[in-house]
Design a protein around this ligand. Structure first.
Ligand code: PLP
Length: 376
């Protein structure tokens, strides 16, 4: 599988060997327990530990994260379950953990939890590789690149080199890029973590997360954590996720191409400021992004003059749903400041580009901007 193209790998990832009269992708296995006589060993014993539907999905994600390499993936009930599994299973009282200060908005909650357990948490921005300055004595460095929602990019190889020299492990939140955009383990990271609620599954109809590691001991720690807290995905979600992975390349290629087209169109509009898309050659993130990313993601961000105009823009859109989350086949956009927590202006829009036809989407955005910005 290591020499195949991404599309081939995506459609075949994790499929079991063909069996006469069986489907290519076996259906979800609904089981709390399995027949188990005698010694309780074997692959499937109890449904909180293992499930054959997870096994297929975990193999599929592993093949995308590190083609041809022996890695281990553990799937979780959500991205936050995956994030917490790494941070809370690795950090001990007295350890130092370095987080980004511009990452996903639930990270400050994780910070509180870590601090309650006596872990020292340091933060620094993603841009400018600023986390380098606070690595001394750290046990774990957490990177989110591109960052959500600011779309800054840090140099993963450089941060990994410095962190490993300082004796720290490195985890990368790869949600925005997906493994088709960036492969953190190839860049040297110890954990590749993602919310698969977003681009990986791409239909906005389920929550899921995963952690992939090369080191079997690190993987065992993550797996043990899942068993302890029971943050397991349901078999139906796991099966839907696997089914959705088959179209990952189709979806991501369309979404990334349209995101670039939209970013270029937004760049020509007076009244639109603060435009960010890591795949735009004029973007501050671009020089680093091209060195470590193969696709630049489906999220574009920009700023409209104030809250009212941003809300008017969102109301005017016909093809784009006003909703949070990103990476789905239906475009969504939101005024990010409505949540509080992110350091963004009132008119900041996070726009997630779906799989609509680019011309239709750009026309819808242009029309909504005409209405929202009239008189600016
Ligand atoms: N990481 C990033 C970058 C995210 O954007 C999100 C959710 O928006 C998460 C993690 C959390 O994922 P979930 O909502 O699946 O728990």
């Amino acid at each position: 599988m290591s020499t195949m193209g991404d599309g081939t790998r995506a459609v075949r990832a994790g499929l079991p060997e063909p069996e006469q009269f069986e489907p290519s992708l076996p259906g979800p296995v609904f089981a709390a327990h399995f027949h188990l006589s005698g010694e309780p060993t074997g692959p499937y014993t109890y449904g909180r530990d293992t499930n054959p539907t997870w096994t297929h999905l975990e193999r599929a994600i592993g093949e995308l994260e590190a083609p041809g390499e022996p890695v281990e993936t553990t799937v979780f009930a959500s991205g936050m379950a995956a994030i917490s599994a790494v941070l809370l299973s690795q950090a001990r009282t007295g350890d130092v953990v370095v987080l980004p200060d511009d990452g996903y908005q639930a990270l400050p909650l994780v910070r509180e939890q870590l601090e309650a357990y006596g872990v020292e948490v340091r933060t620094a921005p993603t841009g400018g590789d600023a986390q380098l300055a606070v690595l001394e004595g750290a046990r774990l460095l957490w990177i989110e690149t591109p960052s959500n929602p600011g779309l800054d990019v840090c140099d993963v190889r450089r941060l990994v080199g410095a962190a490993h020299s300082a004796g720290a492990l490195v985890a990368v939140d790869n949600t925005l890029a997906t493994p088709l955009g960036q492969r953190p383990l190839e860049l040297g990271a110890d954990f590749s973590v993602a919310s698969d609620t977003k681009g990986m599954t791409g239909h906005g109809d389920l929550l899921l997360g995963h952690v992939t590691c090369r080191d079997p001991e690190l993987a065992a720690g993550v797996r043990r954590w899942r068993k302890v807290v029971g943050a397991i995905p349901g078999p139906m979600e796991a099966w839907l996720a696997h089914r959705s992975l088959a179209t990952l390349e189709l979806r991501i290629d369309r979404q990334c191409a349209t995101a670039l087209t939209l970013a270029e169109a937004l760049g020509r509009r007076p009244g639109v400021t603060g435009l960010r898309y890591p795949g735009l050659p004029t973007d501050p993130s671009y020089p680093k992004a091209v060195r470590q990313m193969r696709r630049f993601g489906s999220v574009v961000s920009f700023v409209l003059p104030d809250r009212d105009r941003a809300e008017r823009f969102l109301t005017e859109l016909r093809l784009v749903e006003d909703a949070t989350s990103f990476g789905g086949i239906r475009s969504t956009a939101e005024r990010r400041a409505r949540w509080g927590g992110d350091a963004v202006p009132e008119g900041f829009i996070r726009f997630s580009v779906g799989a609509e036809s680019a011309a239709d989407l750009v026309a819808d955005v242009e029309r909504a901007l005409d209405a929202a910005l009239s008189g600016v």
